[in-house]
Design a protein around this ligand. Structure first.
Ligand code: LAN
Length: 727
């Protein structure tokens, strides 16, 4: 149990001294928030603009000259955004949104006796209080989602472990809501798992998670090496912890939670009967009958496991956990596996071990402080992703040529240079990894996973910076650019499309075995229009500069990928996004690709249909606004307000397609300019990203990169259209 805390009344005001928080000045983009205790440190590490911006401390930047053209507005936007750039050249940013990550951080730390700073605990509590739904006091799957048992049970537990008493009004309210929804027995499988780790839910109430599956031959489709990498990387530590039935030591708080979480007395709960009890509020992917049947069989096996076999399974799972930790500098692939691996390593190696200390140090890379408190992020950041968009925007719009922006671009290029992964992973063959040599990751090099579109965007960004402006050094050699291309060419699926981290390995029917009821499309990789497009565009740009490198292969890859894009266009005319919300996002990327092969509004039926679809969604104020619910249903759902980010995406899509009428683009520009503040920034609007169909995730830097990009592009576009029309 952690030491008692005294908790202030209002969660609106900061509970710690915000003038003492600093983002560490690292050279690889790692995000770590320090709390400066001494006055000397305060003097030696003054608040940066980025610190202030992300903490919500007023920047008081001067009012910029009123923009008269879209280009002026883009320039003002970058005048602001440039001041948030870190010394090492990247742009830091919050990557929160999901509400099921902080509980993993807190439960994992609690059961392993891993402390937090008091200031961190206070700000985590404040975050949870601020994010509770005002009406019912519960939490959802993500910050904009409706209350669920998953969100409410786990965040309630997190609050209590962090030091909030059961009598606190927020706890009372959340508990009431949880009980109304059926209590924690109705949590989905991932919730049941975390509660079992904490010893407040019986392992008997979980469907089996046998580590023996890892011992099957890996050519069998059900072998986890053929699953989507995130599901695999979570399954490994889950099956280890399940296999050994890890349970935290009982203490008063745990005993008390057993009384608080349920609508019936803990000792009377029929645990096996809860395995498939999932609240309707949580269900996105209900179990298939096949999955339920398999669980019955596996449940029988659990009563007569063969100890040496189980032992081999858990040993093998543990070995994979160690390899994953070592491959990623103890970050692991993502925040869920991070905390599960941490528990497994702490259990086996103890609190004095290097593994424990390294895991503890890297826990901080996921903890992000915002004005509303401290959250756990979806990855250790979105560094590469954010940097590649803003740099491309600056080069394409011509803002890169402004004398005062040059130094900032050179710094960005330096960051890209150090971020490229130079080798294949340490434990390449033994941990089912895809090649990484030449790839760019989503966040930092240390995390070290190839992502198809991050490699594409990273490559594009380097090409833009090294080839299209004349003031930058040549930092990334031709050989390394070719390594990136080799990685891209190693990734296509058989239908010509691209998935996220690896080519699709398993068959579609594996989705019938999706155990995580709250997400969709998680068992295997899928073909994604966005990922496919990034590869198409980056290869097209690469071949312009290096026409002799693997030309036939590149040509064939692009052609096949375009074929897939055509096939994946929805009957309405747009493309459905999987990582951004939603049609506007993917349609922008798709139209960019089609344009590169000469398919535009006037030349291609497909591009024309896409434009008409987007135009049918433009609202009276000139903007576009799409809700995250589109991603759940696959059918366009209007957001109640238009959004600058989606407006930028839609307008860019029209421009990529060479849409011949200026009206809709001019109206979009007007809206985005109207929403811009006097200091050149834009206020935060609705959440921008999504994953696994159901969970929204924040990309707050998009409101700078895509607005600036669109405005700069529109300036030129509208002028050219006017010239053409006057002819
Ligand atoms: C991400 C973030 C980036 C995203 C893009 C690059 C935008 C995309 O085009 C490819 C997929 C990728 C890399 C992606 C995959 C899934 C992630 C890692 C995330 C959405 C961030 C968080 C999410 C991860 C799965 C969250 C943890 C939850 C689990 C279900 C394990």
């Amino acid at each position: 149990m952690w030491t008692p805390l005294s908790i202030p009344d209002s969660s609106q005001e900061a509970w710690t001294d915000y003038s003492r928080w600093r983002l560490q000045d690292t050279d690889d983009g790692s995000h770590i928030w320090d709390y400066l205790e001494t006055d000397e440190e305060l003097v030696s590490r003054p608040l940066t603009n980025a610190d202030k911006y992300w903490l919500g401390i007023p920047l008081n930047f001067p009012t910029l000259p009123t923009p008269h053209t879209p280009f002026d507005a883009a320039r003002n936007g970058y005048t602001f955004y440039k001041q948030l750039q870190a010394n090492d050249g990247h742009w830091a940013g919050e990557y929160g949104g999901p509400m099921f990550l902080l509980p993993g951080l807190v439960i994992g730390s609690y059961v392993t006796g891993m402390p937090f700073l008091e200031v961190e605990r206070l700000e985590m509590i404040r975050y949870l209080l601020n994010r509770a739904h005002p009406e019912d006091g519960g939490w959802g799957l993500h910050i904009e989602g409706h209350t669920t048992v998953f969100g409410t049970a786990l965040n309630y537990v997190a609050l209590r472990l962090l030091g909030v008493s059961a009598e606190h009004p927020a706890a009372v309210k959340a508990r009431g809501t949880l009980h109304k929804l059926g209590g924690a027995t109705a949590a989905p499988s991932w919730g049941k798992f975390w509660l079992s780790i904490l010893n407040v839910y019986d392992w008997e109430g979980n469907n089996p998670i046998p580590p023996e599956i890892l011992l099957l031959p890996d050519w069998l489709p059900v072998h986890p090496s053929n699953w989507w990498i995130h599901t695999r990387t979570v399954y490994v530590p889950m099956s280890y912890l399940y296999g050994i039935r890890y349970t935290a030591e009982e203490d008063d708080l745990i005993l008390s939670l057993r009384e608080e979480l349920y609508t019936q007395p803990y000792d009377l709960i029929d645990w096996p009967a809860q395995r498939n009890n999932v609240s309707a509020a949580d269900l996105y992917s209900p179990h298939t009958q096949l999955f339920d049947f398999l669980n019955v069989i596996l449940g029988m096996y659990e009563h007569c496991t063969i100890p040496p076999l189980r032992r081999r399974g858990t040993d093998y799972a543990y070995n994979l956990i160690v390899l994953e930790d070592e491959n990623t500098g103890y970050q692991t692939l993502g925040p869920v596996s991070k905390m599960m691996n941490l528990i497994a390593r702490a259990h086996v190696e103890g609190a004095e071990s290097d593994a424990y200390k390294l895991h503890m140090a890297k826990r901080r890379d996921f903890m992000w402080l915002g004005p509303d408190g401290m959250r756990m992020c979806g990855t250790n950041g979105s560094q590469l992703w954010d940097l590649s968009f803003i740099t491309q925007a600056l080069v394409e719009t011509g803002l890169a040529q402004d004398e005062e922006n040059r130094e900032s671009l050179v710094r960005a290029l330096r960051w890209l240079d150090q971020c490229q992964i130079k080798d294949d992973p340490l434990h390449f063959g033994s941990s089912f990894r895809h090649r990484t040599k030449g790839a760019w990751p989503f966040s930092t090099k240390e995390q070290g996973y190839t992502v198809s579109d991050c490699t594409g965007e990273g490559l594009k960004s380097v090409l833009y910076l090294q080839k299209q402006v004349d003031f930058t050094p040549n930092l990334v050699s031709e050989e390394r650019l070719c390594d990136a291309v080799d990685t891209l060419l190693s990734l296509p699926n058989s239908d010509g499309s691209f998935a996220s981290y690896e080519p699709i390995r398993g068959p579609g029917w594996l989705e019938w075995l999706n155990a995580a009821e709250v997400f969709g499309n998680i068992m295997i990789e899928y073909s994604y229009p966005e990922c496919t497009t990034s590869v198409i565009t980056s290869l097209s740009i690469f071949r312009k500069h290096y026409p002799h490198y693997r030309p036939i292969h590149i040509d064939r890859t692009i052609k096949k990928a375009i074929g897939y894009l055509h096939r994946s266009q929805k009957p309405e005319g747009g493309w459905l996004g999987s990582w951004g919300i939603c049609f506007t996002y993917a349609t922008m990327f798709a139209l960019e690709s089609l344009a590169l092969v000469g398919e535009t509004y006037t030349t291609s039926e497909s591009a024309r249909r896409a434009c008409e679809f987007l135009l049918s969604k433009q609202r009276d104020d000139g903007g576009w606004g799409e809700s995250y619910k589109t991603c759940e249903t696959g059918v366009w759902v209007d957001h109640e307000n238009t959004q600058v980010v989606q407006t930028a995406w839609a307008a860019m899509a029209l421009m990529y397609a060479n849409y011949p009428h200026p009206g809709p683009i001019a109206r979009a520009v007007k809206l985005v300019m109207w929403r811009q503040q006097e200091d050149g920034s834009w206020p935060q609007e609705a959440i921008e990203g999504v994953f696994n169909k159901s969970c929204a995730i924040s990309y707050p830097n998009f409101k700078f990169s895509f607005t600036i990009w669109m405005l700069g592009k529109a300036d030129r576009y509208l002028k050219e259209l006017a010239v053409e029309r006057s002819r």
